[in-house]
Design a protein around this ligand. Structure first.
Ligand code: ADP
Ligand code: G6P
Length: 478
């Protein structure tokens, strides 16, 4: 999005915003960066996906500006009207790092890390959700559709109903909804589900999540009926599977530009023109399987001495949730493995793994996608994974191989990718070797199919579909 300037425009009025849409997400699409004194793009797939939608619809985005303390009035950056919800230092600790990312995040990702359950994290979750609901209630006109996003704000729909709002309300969960056996551990399972059931329409990335939600709602609340149309009290809640996507046309356009091609060629030459470039691009998160992926590359170098000096792996990791203990542990582990591989195999001008711990500018990111012969998207569990779709959209010449985890939501859609079990390091190493050796014509037909899917089902179609479902809700009292 490239937000670089702070431009406050006072309170956003209804006439300037229009659109009839209030999006509510924990993060605003920009965050204030003290170091540079500028608004910068917020990290993560939710912001990447929703920003182009809000830019084209001129709705309002309610969210946290990413720093502690009081925040200014509503403002506009990059054509998006933003209504900030302030969080204190303690709320960042207990609500954001605690309940959101120490309890819900691991729980909803197959409990692949210990799920911490603390009553002193739950209370701030309720309080912060209430603050968001109050800001939304003060911002939304009765005819506006309200669209609440993701796991940080699951209580907001129910709270808006308790406040007496009769607007059409949608909720979209960007991460997986877990099976009943895992979700059932949560001491506050009923409250969370009743919060979600305040929405008219609840959207999920995958059918599996939708089914899990239906089972949980019937098991732990008074909801009845099939997962797709649940009855709860006097209301009906529709659920649907709507996989999120990217602004494909924009990716195609940017990736086709001569400047992007030149940047990719330059990147390749800076790396010593290796025969093959393998790429991983992720937020540094233990769900992304970065450690397993590196171990697979290490295994490949051990098993295939012929590849030494000929292939290079680039791993880009965006700093994320750095105060959460498990994120510090996984960062150390990743850096240890990178050091071990480079120490064991590197030498005479060849560095096997190029590791960057930072965010990339969009043009740099696209240059990396264009330079990569093999893209490794191997999360242990992921709601969708937009990086997979971005890589596909950028490969306008139909070359390249996408190696995709069966545990990414994207695998339900991108069936033509090379699908792997990321826990199986030996299989991953074999697949990596085969992808490096692959025949270009085989790659072309697979990539063409993938590109067709990503271009056809883009983020605008995703948003139109979700918003039509919300706006089509018949029983809202206006
Ligand atoms: P998540 O939502 O878990 O972060 P996704 O793959 O769905 O994962 O979305 C990540 C988004 O962040 C993508 O749009 C991707 O382009 C962006 N991104 C990931 N790594 C980087 C990076 N190093 N620099 C800039 N953007 C990045
Ligand atoms: C994922 C989540 C988003 C979150 C993003 C970045 O995409 O689904 O809700 O905003 O990660 O994480 P952060 O904790 O930095 O907001």
């Amino acid at each position: 999005m490239g937000a670089t300037e702070m431009s406050f425009e006072g309170n956003v009025t209804r006439s300037t915003r229009g659109g009839g849409l209030v999006v509510v997400a924990n993060r605003l699409p920009v965050r204030w960066d003290d170091d540079s004194g500028q608004w910068v793009t917020s990290p993560g797939g939710l912001v990447s996906a929703l920003s182009p939608v809000l830019q084209s619809r001129r709705g309002v985005w309610v969210g946290w500006p990413g720093v502690a303390g009081g925040s200014p009035d509503a403002f506009e950056v990059d054509g998006i009207s933003q209504v900030p919800v302030p969080l204190t230092e303690s709320e960042i600790d207990l609500f954001y790092e605690g309940f959101c990312n120490g309890t819900v995040w691991p729980l909803y990702h197959d409990a692949i890390r210990p799920v911490e359950l603390h009553r002193h994290w739950w209370r701030p979750y309720v309080e912060v959700n209430r603050r968001f609901a109050e800001v939304v209630a003060a911002t939304a006109e009765p005819s506006d559709s309200i669209w609440v996003q993701d796991y940080q704000l699951q209580l907001v729909p129910g709270m808006l109903r308790s406040m007496g709002l009769s607007n059409r309300i949608g909720f979209f969960l960007h991460i997986p909804f877990p099976p009943v056996e895992i979700f059932g551990r949560l001491p506050w399972r009923e409250e969370i589900l009743e919060g979600l059931l305040g929405a008219d329409v609840v959207g999920f990335q995958t059918h599996r999540s939708l089914v899990n939600f239906g089972r949980c709602a019937r098991s732990f609340t008074a909801a009845t009926g099939p997962a797709e149309t649940l009855s709860f009290g006097t209301r009906t809640i529709t659920t649907e599977t709507v996989p999120i996507s990217i602004d494909s046309a924009k990716y195609v356009e940017e990736a086709s530009a001569a400047v992007a091609r030149a940047a990719a060629t330059e990147l390749r030459s800076e790396l010593g023109n290796p025969e093959s470039i393998i790429l991983g691009v992720d937020r540094l998160d233990y769900t992304k399987g970065i450690d397993q992926r590196l171990r697979a590359f290490e295994t490949l170098l051990a098993d295939r001495p012929d590849l030494r000096g000929r292939v290079v792996m680039i791993q880009v990791a965006v700093p994320s949730r750095q105060n959460v203990g498990e994120y510090q542990v996984i960062r150390e582990e990743i850096e240890r493995i990178v050091g071990r591989i480079n120490g064991a195999y590197g030498g005479s001008g060849w560095v096997p793994v190029h590791y960057y711990y930072r965010s990339l500018e969009r043009t740099e990111l696209i240059a990396h996608y264009l330079a990569a012969d093999v893209m490794l998207v191997t999360p242990l569990r992921d709601g969708m994974n937009l990086v997979a779709k971005e890589y596909v959209a950028a490969r306008t010449d139909d070359t390249g191989t996408l190696v995709l985890s069966e545990f990414a939501g994207a695998a339900e859609e991108l069936k033509g990718a090379t699908i792997v079990n990321p826990y199986d390091v030996d299989e991953l190493a074999d697949v990596l070797g085969a992808s490096i050796d692959a025949d270009a014509s085989e790659q072309r037909s697979a990539m063409r199919m993938l590109r067709r899917r990503v271009e056809r089902w883009d983020v605008h179609r995703w948003a139109s579909h979700c918003l039509e479902s919300i706006e089509g809700v018949g029983d809202a009292v206006l």
